[in-house]
Design a protein around this ligand. Structure first.
Ligand SMILES: Nc1ncnc2c1ncn2[C@@H]1O[C@H](COP(=O)(O)OP(=O)(O)O)[C@@H](O)[C@H]1O
Ligand SMILES: [Mg+2]
Length: 369
């Protein structure tokens, strides 16, 4: 554990009644001053993790630690954590100032101190001058900012944000993503942000935890997770991917679609069944005979910056290509890719085994340098 660790989950399991556990032996560490994202489909357990951190729930087993002390039963109001809820949960009968001041009044701060802190929090979220507005007079984006001001005014060490942008339209959402990230940098405190939107997670986070069915599938930086997905779920969930079944022949050689291809993966047992991922932007359109794969074009869609081209190979595998080159339906083309574009996933490999394998590559890379 690093000195910077503020929150740690150790084998946290949460079960409601006799149902299958909602969280199943979840482990992670949260460091001070970073932007974390919990990413996963609806119902995977994201909100449950936030509620365990906030102290609204207790784990069935395992430990929730703050600063290395067990906090399983420490009540919510004794934790240095504030939550921004999905529906903002603002008080409609109070104006902007009083919404933000609410927590400070409960803590019996002096009026002068309250005014000072509320003004500072509002100016942080670009709402200086809106103190006397009614909540009903504020737009969706402005309400969002009031909710954030209300969370930061208490100067917590951690802010939890549960899908705070999902109610906003696309343009406002993109703007708020940028603002939230900026705000986190300026405040220097930890944000734990929940979303089911992979693009949002990739754009905003220092670190992402990809969750499915109550388990953390993979944790890492956006580029780690995009470039080296640990399993089919992560590869599929993070961005668009081509995934086909294959077999590892030996180090640096993998077979799929009945052919053998040079790759950069090693340390996998010979003849082990694998899944091969190639991102659509890593496939280049070339003449039929120059391709490593021969495919026929099924359909083409113009996406503004690139064409999205769906192709089929002779085995019936679908290959999605992102290219600035156009291809017509029915055309026979070749697809070319570099060995680095191939990412091999071992079927059934855990994140720990995967990390160990990647570490062994890194060690070999540094030998002789
Ligand atoms: N209080 C509860 N009682 C029973 N089941 C619950 C309770 N809270 C959440 N769940 C179940 O736990 C699962 C995960 O829920 P949640 O953490 O809200 O998912 P997410 O936020 O990722 O959509 C869901 O299947 C949900 O129905
Ligand atoms: Mg939720």
């Amino acid at each position: 554990m690093s000195d910077n660790t503020i929150i740690k989950f150790e084998n946290v399991t949460k079960q409601f009644g006799v149902d299958a556990p909602v969280l199943d032996h979840v482990n992670f560490e949260i460091e001070r001053g970073k932007f974390y994202t919990l990413l996963g489909p609806s119902g995977c357990g994201k909100t449950t993790i936030l509620r365990l951190i906030a102290g609204f729930l207790q784990p069935t087993s395992g430990e929730v630690r703050f600063d290395n002390h067990i906090y399983n039963h420490v009540p919510a109001n004794k934790r240095q954590v504030n939550t921004v809820f999905q529906d903002y949960a603002l008080f409609p009968h109070l104006n902007v100032f009083e919404n933000v001041a609410f927590g400070l009044r409960i803590q019996r701060f002096k009026q002068k101190k309250i005014t000072e802190k509320v003004k500072e929090a509002l100016s942080f979220v670009n709402l200086a001058g809106y103190e006397q507005r009614e909540i009903s007079e504020m737009s969706g984006g402005q309400r969002q900012r009031v909710a954030i001001a209300r969370a930061i005014v208490n100067e917590p060490q951690v802010i939890l944000l549960d899908e705070p942008l999902s109610a906003l339209d696309l343009k406002l959402r993109t703007q708020m993503q940028y603002e939230l990230r900026e705000l986190q940098r300026r405040l220097g405190i930890t944000f734990i942000f929940v979303t089911h939107d992979q693009e949002e997670a990739l754009a905003m986070s220092d670190e992402i935890f990809v969750i499915n069915k109550g388990k953390i599938q993979q944790s890492g930086t956006p580029t780690d997770i995009y470039d080296e997905p640990v399993n089919r779920f992560v590869a599929d969930f993070i961005g668009e991917s081509n995934i086909v079944k294959g077999t590892m022949i030996r180090d640096f050689l993998v077979s799929f679609t009945g052919k053998e291809f040079e790759c950069v993966d090693q340390g996998i047992q010979a003849n082990r069944k694998v899944e091969v991922v190639i991102r659509p932007e890593d496939l280049q359109i070339v003449p039929w005979e120059k391709g490593k794969l021969q495919v026929s074009v099924h359909s083409t869609l113009f996406r503004g910056v690139h064409y999205e081209i769906i192709c089929h190979d002779k085995d019936g595998n679908e290959w999605l290509v992102h290219s600035t080159k156009k291809a017509k339906a029915g055309e026979q083309i070749g697809l070319y890719f570099d060995p680095e574009a191939i990412h091999v996933m071992v079927v059934g490999e855990t994140e720990e085994e995967f990390d160990r394998r990647l570490e062994s590559y890194a060690e070999e890379d540094t030998i002789g340098e």
